[in-house]
Ligand binder design. Sequence first.
Ligand SMILES: [Zn+2]
Length: 395
Amino acid sequence: MDLDFSYYMPTRILFGCGKLGELATTEYLPGKKALVVIGASGAMRKHGYLDKALSHLRENGAEAVVYDKIQPNPVSDHVEQGAALAKENNCDFVIGLGGGSTIDSAKSIAVMAVNPGEYWDYMQGGSGGRKTPPNGALPIVAITTTAGTGTEADPWTVITKTETNEKIGWGNNWTFPTLSIVDPELMVSVPPKTTAYTGMDAFFHSAESYLATVSQPTSDHLALEAISLITKYLPVAVKDGRNMEARTKLAWANTEAGICESLSCCISHHSMEHALSAYYPDVAHGCGLAMLSVSYFSHLGERHPARFPDLARAMGQDVDGLPEKEGPAAFIAGLKQLLKNVGLDKDRLANFGVKQEKLKALAENSFYTMGKLYELTPVKLMLEDVVTIYENAYA
Ligand SMILES: [Zn+2]
């Protein structure tokens, strides 16, 4: 491999059990008045995380205003509402407290709190205006309560425009959190199914970053470690959510996977999933990825087996002495076993109300909205390849 890359990872990460408490004392709080963004489900209030965060902020001399409308698969309307609230209250930083949807929304709100126009003006794919926000963003603090998207360690924010079924990931140097708190104790409340979905999301961030044409030495190391940790500990955490060793290892694997997304990138498996959950918002992101994964990676591995033996080895598969072309099959065997171990091996697109005649539209949408990731995929996929991958995941 030629060594030729750009390394940029500007987020300060406070990692460990009990780290939420450091919100009260940290010298790295980037402002005096926070917009605290949480989900609409009420979980942050129910588990007491919001009260704790607000009281820690007060102790640290910061005021806070709460915006609590964010839903799974967050939408651009809420970004604009949140930004208006931040402006009205003169907030000088934004905190996302919750899972990936909440933190992504916080990032996008931080952009729109200081920039003119509509959020979609700045989207770089689909019907987006492809503008560059002239004024950067308010500083962002991410406090993650799931081990899923890795958003606490990357610049990406994924928002859906409901009217046009577009779900687009986007980010720039301003949308890296300046401070992230990763406290595995906040993750014990995540139910088994969500634990499985979010853990598999982190798994695919790692595997895709490893296969991407823009992988680099640091992302490679982190990706392989994250894959090993998730293979070992995700089934444990799905069975016993209170197992702190498993929760801690998964929290770290997820943060590693986020760093991988910053230094390398996801590939078109993610484009395909975004199209799926843009049309079918009841499909959770990790669920959609899991459903497409065996079909997607089988297709890729058949045409481009390079690096698959490393992925298989990281999953504990014995590939020593096997020719490279056997690597994909070993990885797929490991992947199927992992999906079974976390209870996701039976899901098919057909079970989620996906219409078979829609598959071509999904394939087209994936190129239209997230076409960039196809350019980073080690195999050139055509529209008909993508339709075939969806079809093989259908029933
Ligand atoms: Zn993802």
